[in-house]
Design a protein around this ligand. Structure first.
Ligand code: SF4
Length: 284
């Protein structure tokens, strides 16, 4: 996003916020998009960029301007952090539903449901197919060796922290003997994923492995046909790459996975944009 556009959007948000304050409301509700922009807004960076375009504004004044709305927000019932907590709270409600879910027979054999973990306002969500034995034991997605490789991709490759992204699976229960999820299980469980994504509102989804990609995209196409292009998952750009467990068995394909991840990073960094003709932004 250009500097001018980013600044304009931030100022518009602040304007709306102040307008609400002026109406003496006891609470303010801000959108998740606002929270994302607000959190990524760096006053120092802003000051530097202002200096670059040679506008005569002191850093003191900029800091005052930037600090002002935050202190105003704190006066209301719903501060930004409270709104983030609200997203987490809504996710926790779904998590509790999932923990009690018995829609599929596989629920009888699970040790734990595996709901998902990470930043409730992540720009990037990784979606795998289903928990394995270790995930079932710990109740966490992508633990063990495959999980470590995913962490390496995020931390060493993408230069992000694992807690900056959100990680989950299509299925929240472990299929016995790590078999593929069956269509009935996917039909039962995908609504939970859709509700998670509706709350998180990521900029991009990365499907990990053939089963995840085929399940999300409702296709039988092989993985290599699904890789290398952008897909529309309910209006969210989706990129397909190899499952980390596959990469452990086939390290030669790590180079190809890195190409996929670089495309994801380009979208996250605003180097490319993805639009769809059939732009359906309704997740639910
Ligand atoms: S797989 Fe999903 S829908 Fe099926 S029992 Fe587990 S949580 Fe429920």
């Amino acid at each position: 996003m250009s500097f001018e556009k980013e600044l304009k959007e931030i100022l518009e948000d602040i304007y709306v916020l102040l307008e609400n304050e002026l109406k003496s409301r006891s609470s303010i509700t801000v959108s998740p998009e606002f929270i994302k922009r607000w959190k990524s807004f760096n006053p120092q960076d802003f000051a530097n960029r202002i200096k670059q375009v040679s506008i005569d504004v002191s850093e003191e004044e900029i800091k005052k301007t930037v600090d002002f709305p935050e202190s105003e927000i704190k006066k209301g019932k719903n501060s930004i952090s409270e709104t983030i907590s609200e997203i987490q709270k809504q996710l926790d409600i779904i998590r509790q539903e999932v923990a009690q879910c018995t829609k599929c027979p596989i629920s009888e054999d699970r040790t734990n449901t595996v709901f998902g973990t990470g930043n409730p306002e992540a720009d990037l969500v990784f979606v795998g197919e289903a928990p394995g034995a270790e995930e079932d034991r710990q109740g966490l997605p992508f633990v063990g060796r495959a999980g470590q490789l995913l962490t390496d991709i995020i931390v060493k490759g993408m230069k992000m922290r694992r807690e900056d992204v959100y990680i989950c699976n299509v299925l929240k229960c472990r299929p016995p003997n790590n078999r593929d999820p069956n269509p009935m299980e996917v039909m039962n469980c995908e609504p939970y994923l859709l509700r998670q994504l509706e709350l998180i509102k990521p900029k991009v989804i990365c499907a990990l492995g053939r089963i995840s990609a085929q399940t999300l995209l409702k296709t039988d196409a092989p993985l290599n046909e699904l890789r290398g292009k952008w897909h529309n998952y309910h209006g969210i750009p989706l990129r397909v790459t190899y499952h980390p467990a596959y990469l452990l068995r086939n390290p030669a394909d790590k180079k190809k996975a890195w190409i996929d991840i670089q495309e994801v990073m380009k979208l996250l960094n605003g180097e490319i944009t993805v639009t769809f003709e059939d732009d359906n932004r309704t997740l639910l």
